[in-house]
Ligand binder design. Structure first.
Ligand SMILES: Nc1ncnc2c1ncn2[C@@H]1O[C@H](COP(=O)(O)OP(=O)(O)OP(=O)(O)O)[C@@H](O)[C@H]1O
Length: 278
């Protein structure tokens, strides 16, 4: 089954990337093909990770979906709308590697920012930030400033902010990349829980195979530049809301980790072992 064919009816997809290429042209005219003919669909509520060697175009694809850049060819739709329209409609939340909090605003003030920008009244903003602080376990830190928090806590604030407008889609580019292993695993557990509670679809860039396997319904393995989709592995290991710490100890988890590792190194014949091929 192709990746495109794995999606549900057109229009109800969270993300629909069709034959997208991105060629960058340098100052001296040299061109870099970052993405070559990439097609990918993400269903509503689905968690899809992008994994691949450095420079294979993961962030480029993410930026294209978020309409922070434009494809050289191909099309991108988010919930049936153009990437541009989806950005204007704030159809998704974004959390990238740097938490990107405003240092002069409190934790609650940072979370409320998107709501404030869109004219939500103060009492509703307060209620929403209280709810989100509870969700990410930071209720006691509402009035702290970002530099009074650890990196992991700041990242949780950024995630809370990305959820402020209850997006049906989250775009996350290595959001846990700078965290220590223990904090990272805790954040992964929290993200699984949050997705279970909100039903948001997620596109998630990571360099960590265990992280991709733990979080994802499908892992998209990309090839070295020019970035192409090498394989897509279905790894859903239990319902989102039920995936807990124990999963990391299960043999199905280790099996999926080695499958992704072998795919990354190009050791598995295309189409083998439950892998969706194109
Ligand atoms: N604005 C740009 N101008 C020119 N080249 C670019 C630009 N952005 C990205 N590239 C090139 O496109 C390729 C893909 O970059 P991208 O950042 O998408 O890779 P990545 O897979 O996210 O890498 P990493 O895992 O190291 O973060 C790289 O060769 C990069 O140098």
């Amino acid at each position: 089954m192709s990746a495109k064919a794995s999606g549900v009816a057109a229009g109800s997809l969270a993300v629909d990337v069709t034959e997208v290429s991105r060629i960058f042209t340098g100052k001296k005219g040299a061109s870099v093909a970052a993405l070559d003919n990439v097609s990918l669909t993400v269903n509503p509520g689905e968690f899809v990770s992008l994994i691949g060697p450095s420079g294979c175009g993961k962030s480029t694809l993410m930026r294209l979906i978020a309409d922070l850049d434009t494809p050289t060819s191909g099309t991108i739709e988010v919930f049936g709308q153009s990437a541009r329209q989806a950005r204007l409609n704030q159809s998704y939340g974004i959390a990238f590697q740097q938490a990107g909090l405003l240092p002069w605003r409190t934790v609650a003030g940072n979370i409320e920012l998107p709501l404030e920008l869109h004219g939500v009244a103060k009492p509703a903003r307060k209620a929403r930030s209280a709810e989100l602080l509870d969700l990410v376990g930071l209720s006691d830190f509402a009035h702290h400033y970002p530099d009074q928090l650890s990196g992991g806590m700041q990242q949780r604030v950024a995630i809370a902010r990305s959820l402020a407008e209850s997006p049906r889609l989250l775009l996350m580019d290595e959001p846990f990349g700078a965290l220590d292993e223990m904090t990272r695993e805790r954040m992964q557990n929290e993200l699984v829980r949050i997705c279970g509670e909100t039903g948001a679809a997620v596109v998630f860039v990571t360099h960590s195979i265990p992280e991709a396997v733990f979080l994802s319904d499908r892992v998209v393995v990309m090839s070295p530049r020019p970035g192409r989709i090498r394989d897509i592995l279905s790894v859903r290991l239990g319902e989102t809301g039920e995936r807990g710490e124990n999963l990391r100890e299960e043999s199905s988890f280790f099996q999926a980790v080695s499958q992704v590792r072998e795919l990354l190194h190009g050791e598995v014949p295309v189409g083998a072992r439950g892998v969706e091929t194109r």
